[in-house]
Design a protein around this ligand. Structure first.
Ligand SMILES: Nc1ncnc2c1ncn2[C@@H]1O[C@H](COP(=O)(O)OP(=O)(O)OP(=O)(O)O)[C@@H](O)[C@H]1O
Length: 326
């Protein structure tokens, strides 16, 4: 009996060691997988840029064994307190509090009209709140918008791009607007185009891009100044599965190097797979927030979401739809 127990214990230890080695391998692969260069700093208080490593091809699929949790002691870099936004009689956001720590991959989910876009727009300084405050890296977004916006890269919900520019021109415009010099813009544009698979489209008008390509060029524009925080409203909407994997890897690498991602998505599976923290917003209020494990408990994130969003509606009526008019 004793030797059986010893054998079982040895087998368990070996399995655990293998799992740890695999997780480490995966994490290392993620760090080196996608962007050929770590985006260097443009803000004076950031550490010097890393030397450019050799170019690597994007890796098609990398599965993460587990989502590594952001350091629970890392500083809070996005703090939204008591956010309220009213549009006439509609209260879109009513007292939202959020805390996002450095190095976190934070997802916001909620049903249509829950207030996700409104919340993200207030956080990025695009929409003035009726009440509450937002600090990004300690800077009050609405008191010092210029300083705060330097730290933020934004992918807004309804993209309003200068789409009579080519992809290359749009990247150039975004980079120079953020204070990058000619050489840096060109180098970063090439890196981003390669990472997002847009090299062949750079000389075409953005107006002629597909929805997914438009999303990707907008995401590239949001990243070109190497912001400390990326706020992305539905970054995966319209993006094909292979590109979604690439985009996810780019973001994971960004987070692994100390960046912070705050995104909204309707993809529960994706949020559960890539985010370390999540907030569920329903009718303008945060009903649950924390690590994915804390929020979902013993259910899946989708089940928890449906429960908090008021449960599934049983489809009744609409019998007319089942008797065809021809
Ligand atoms: N500019 C506006 N004027 C009036 N009402 C608005 C405006 N923007 C948003 N709303 C309302 O605020 C509420 C929240 O909208 P919001 O776009 O933030 O939701 P959401 O969670 O992002 O939804 P979705 O998942 O459908 O994108 C909705 O009732 C919406 O109709």
């Amino acid at each position: 009996m004793a030797s059986e127990a010893r054998l079982a214990s040895e087998a368990r230890s070996a399995a655990e060691a293998k799992l740890t080695a695999e997780s480490k391998l995966t994490a290392e692969a993620l760090v080196t997988a996608v962007l050929p260069t770590a985006l260097p700093s443009v803000t004076p208080d950031r550490p010097a840029a890393a030397p450019r490593p050799k170019k690597r091809k994007p890796v098609a699929v990398i599965e993460r064994a587990t989502v590594e949790l952001a350091d629970p002691l890392a500083p809070v870099v996005v703090r939204a307190s008591g956010l309220v936004k009213r549009f006439g009689p509609t209260t879109a956001v009513s007292g939202v509090d959020l805390e996002v720590r450095a190095g976190s991959f934070y997802g916001i989910v909620g049903p249509n009209g829950a207030g996700k876009t409104t919340t993200l727009s207030m956080i990025t300084g695009l929409l003035r709140p009726n009440a509450g405050s937002i600090h990004v890296h300690g800077i009050d977004v609405w008191a010092k918008p210029v300083q705060a916006k330097r730290l933020i890269g934004v992918l807004p919900d309804r993209l309003r791009l200068f789409d009579r520019l080519t992809g290359a021109q749009l990247l150039y415009y975004s980079g120079t607007l953020r204070g990058l010099d000619n050489r840096a813009v060109r180098e970063r544009s090439a890196d981003l185009a390669a990472a997002f698979g847009l090299e062949d489209a750079l000389n075409r008008l953005v107006a002629d891009y597909s929805a997914g390509m438009t999303k990707k060029i907008a995401l590239a524009c949001a990243m070109i100044h190497s912001p400390r925080v990326l706020v992305l409203d539905e970054p995966f909407e319209s993006v094909d599965p292979v590109s979604a994997v690439n985009v996810t890897e780019i973001l994971q690498k960004y987070v692994a190097s100390g960046g912070t991602v705050l995104l909204s998505s309707h993809g529960m599976d994706l949020i559960q797979r890539v985010c370390d923290h999540v907030a569920i917003i329903v009718q303008g209020t945060v009903l649950a927030s924390g690590t994915i494990a804390e929020v979902r408990g013993s259910a899946t994130l989708e089940e928890r979401f449906i429960e908090l969003a008021g449960g599934r509606k049983v489809a009744e009526g609409m019998e007319w739809l089942h008797s065809f008019s021809d």
